[in-house]
Design a protein around this ligand. Structure first.
Ligand SMILES: Cc1cc2nc3c(=O)[nH]c(=O)nc-3n(C[C@H](O)[C@H](O)[C@H](O)COP(=O)(O)O)c2cc1C
Length: 362
């Protein structure tokens, strides 16, 4: 597959123009071991966990390049002072969550959930940044909120700096900050997402990026889409959803079934989960928050703290209507459980056939 080598492959010294992010160390390492570039999403982790998981990631990737990703959105919360954040949550929002708990008969959570066990704040960002920079991972990845200072620090630590962007404006800003690699993530993507579709976004980000390689993301899961992305000027593809149902990911069975049976039309964007627009599988959770009479979700991190316990409790007690997983329109290709390597092989074979067919037909 060397003929698919692009400047992205050269930057990282890898064989395949495929990158991907997961919240599983094993699945991220498997992407790198399969010839692509695997990034571990550490935003939910404490700084100590980032140190542990970063070490585990590098060990599992056996010397292949990896990255660690965190989110650095601008917040109006300087310190992780839980009491101050709790105090700012309006009673009307608490009433709405209490109504959901009653309506769906949700028993209390027995422990903190991933949304509320830490309070997202500038103080937390700093500790997370330090942990990522101290890791042996080659790439510092930033999903939201890249800034020039953090890029400078990543470079000083000998790392490649990459950023995910959802608009040409943010692409220009990331380039000004000095990033080495960009992901142009279209609205079809799972997780936090913008409003511009992948097909419209990628060429505009490529134009803004100059010589900096761009990976196309959002709704992508096939070799045909890889070839199309190269045609748009991208140097590869970046995926999040496809890995969720891989054997390495070890996702709870409920979510695996939810994802395997979902199609592109079963995803929806809501601010109900984190306060920022997030594409996820549509369930009663997103319907409730998107209903016209629901309270307007709070800003991050207030929404995280507001819903942290009910999200945890729903998962702990198996309250299916409220259980939701971030996923993109690419969920259509989560159709059976396969290994990360098998998915990558499928994509490369499809890309090979597509390119041959295009050369014959054009
Ligand atoms: C379950 C899930 C969690 C995600 N978490 C993050 C994250 O923590 N940081 C980040 O930069 N991107 C995150 N993303 C977005 C991915 O990096 C990627 O851009 C996106 O999944 C691409 O579109 P796709 O979902 O159609 O593959 C997440 C995506 C999913 C599906």
């Amino acid at each position: 597959m060397r003929e698919f080598r692009t400047s992205f492959c050269d930057l990282l010294g890898i064989d395949l123009p495929i990158g991907g992010l997961t919240h599983s160390v094993a699945a991220s390492a498997a992407i790198s071991q399969s010839g692509g570039f695997g990034v571990y999403a550490a935003t939910r982790d404490t700084p100590d966990e980032i140190r542990e998981k970063g070490a585990a990631l590098c060990k599992a990737a056996e010397g292949k390049p990896t990255g660690i990703d965190i989110l650095l959105p601008k917040l109006d919360v300087a310190t992780s002072d839980r009491a101050a954040v709790e105090a700012a949550i309006p009673e009307s929002h608490r009433d709405f969550v209490r109504m959901l708990e009653q309506k769906y008969e949700v028993p209390p959570a027995t422990r903190m959930g991933f949304r509320n066990r830490q309070v997202r704040s500038e103080e937390l960002w700093e500790h997370q940044i330090e942990a990522v920079l101290a890791s042996d991972s080659e790439v510092f990845a930033c999903g939201v909120g890249i800034n020039a200072d953090v890029v400078k620090r990543a470079h000083a630590a000998g790392k490649i700096a990459m950023a995910l962007v959802g608009s040409p404006h943010h692409a220009r800003k990331a380039i000004e900050c000095g990033v080495d690699l960009l992901v142009a993530q279209g609205a079809e993507a799972g997780g936090h997402t913008g409003t511009i579709g992948t097909m419209a976004l990628v060429p505009q980000v490529v134009a803004a990026a100059g010589n900096v390689p761009v990976l196309a993301a959002g709704g992508i899961a096939t070799g045909q889409q890889l070839v199309a992305s190269l045609a748009l000027g991208a140097q590869g593809i970046w995926m999040g959803t496809l890995w969720l149902t891989t054997t390495e990911h070890a996702m709870p069975d409920f979510y695996v079934e939810q994802l395997l049976s979902a199609g592109s039309g079963d995803t929806v964007v809501t601010r109900g989960s984190s306060g920022k627009p997030m594409r996820q599988i549509r369930t009663a959770w997103s319907d409730e928050w998107n209903a016209p009479d629901a309270p307007k979700p709070l800003k991050m991190p207030y929404q995280d703290i507001l819903v942290g316990s009910i999200v945890q409790a729903a998962e702990e007690h198996g309250i299916a209507p409220l259980m939701h997983q971030p996923a993109g329109q690419s969920v259509a290709w989560c159709s059976e459980r396969r290994s990360v390597g098998a998915e990558i092989n499928r994509i490369m074979n499809e890309a090979d056939r597509t390119r041959t067919a295009l050369c014959l037909n054009l």
